[in-house]
Write a protein that binds this ligand. Structure first.
Ligand code: PEP
Ligand code: MN
Length: 337
């Protein structure tokens, strides 16, 4: 349920609504927009008599929210969320480009990648230190050593960093080194991890689960937000379908759907979605056209020797060319590049 205040309703009226909500054992979530203030009601509403709220001067209307996700719901927060990082921000004006290798492999590799993607215009550095690999015999990541290298690369280039965490222990370590946490597709519904990320007080990118519906995904975001962290963005990275020509099927319609359902920024990852280097640029252009707030692209200084996902990684000259092509589309989509 949301309480929509009349345009220019004063603070006293807003406070009165909040006290009625709190007196009934619920939580009031305030979203003060340019024109109107919206007060979201979270909790058990069975004891609340809506007439008390409706009678408060300044209340325009009360609207029921049927979806189970509330804080992530666009009705609760009609203005698009902007996630502020030290040197950049995510959504809604600019196009965020998170680029870097699938996995941090060595100091030389991550430094070369970081310098290269920065020079080409990336706004954030990605690199995995805890790798959720399909086979237990594949490279699992450098763990804390990898995080230290990400921090070093971020400091030198001025790029804010993002790293995936795959466990509570990894989260505890990672918050000391990186600017943003990634929850990967395989952990989208790891609710204990989501709750802890909620308490961690660090921006989070939540990737879509391998076979998750948009509703399940938004409910997963709600877990993080309900536990105190509203600095969340979503990442469409392809879903499992019957198609085998690409690694996954990029669901670009999800970007359009999300723009109607949530205020959270939406990033698209064409690398994991397709698994094929030459599809990364065309899918990225389409993602920008659909309204994506950013792209996550795998870039490796030497893809044939990459320890993971080399086949979908761009090398540095390819990334430079990619950025030139994306720039035109970004400007056409009305975003700052
Ligand atoms: C990744 O970004 O490194 C990754 C493993 O992606 P996903 O969780 O989307 O498979
Ligand atoms: Mn990868």
């Amino acid at each position: 349920m949301i309480v929509v205040m009349k345009p220019r309703a004063d603070e006293a009226a807003v406070n009165q609504v909040v006290s009625v909500i709190e007196a009934n054992g619920m939580y009031a979530h305030l979203s003060a927009g340019k024109e109107v203030t919206i007060i979201g009601v979270v909790g058990d509403k069975t004891k609340l008599d809506k007439r008390f709220l409706q009678a408060i001067p300044g209340v325009e209307k009360i609207v029921n929210i049927t979806e189970s996700y509330k804080l992530a719901n666009i009705s609760f927060h009609p203005e698009p969320t902007k996630i502020a990082l030290a040197n950049t921000s995510i959504g809604p004006e600019n196009l965020t480009i998170m680029a870097g290798p699938c996995a941090v492999e060595s100091e030389e590799q991550i430094m070369e990648a970081a310098r290269g993607v920065k020079a080409a215009g990336a706004t954030m550095l990605r690199g995995g230190a805890f790798k959720p690999r399909t086979s237990p015999y594949s490279f699992q990541g450098l763990e804390e050593e990898g995080l230290k290298l990400m921090q070093m690369a971020g400091k030198e280039t001025g790029l804010n960093t993002i790293c995936e965490v795959t466990s509570l222990k990894a989260l505890e370590i990672a918050v000391n080194y990186v600017d943003m946490i990634q929850i990967g597709a395989r952990n989208m519904q790891n609710f204990e991890l989501l709750k802890e990320v909620g308490h961690a007080g660090i921006p989070v990118m939540l990737k879509r689960g391998l076979a998750a519906t948009i509703d399940e995904w938004l409910n997963a975001a709600e877990y993080i937000m309900a536990n105190g962290n509203e600095q969340v963005c979503l990442c469409e990275r392809g879903i499992r379908t019957f198609e085998t020509a690409t690694r996954n099927t990029l669901d670009l319609a999800a970007v359009c759907v999300l723009k109607e359902k949530t205020h959270l920024p939406v990033i698209v990852d064409p690398s994991h979605a397709s698994g094929v280097r030459r599809y990364v640029a065309p899918l990225s252009k389409a993602a920008v056209a659909c309204g994506a707030d950013g792209l996550m692209v795998e870039v490796h200084p030497n893809p044939p020797c990459a320890l993971s996902d080399g086949q979908q990684s761009l090398d540095l000259p390819e990334f430079e060319q990619f950025m030139k092509e994306i720039k035109t589309f970004t400007i056409l989509a009305g975003r700052v590049f």
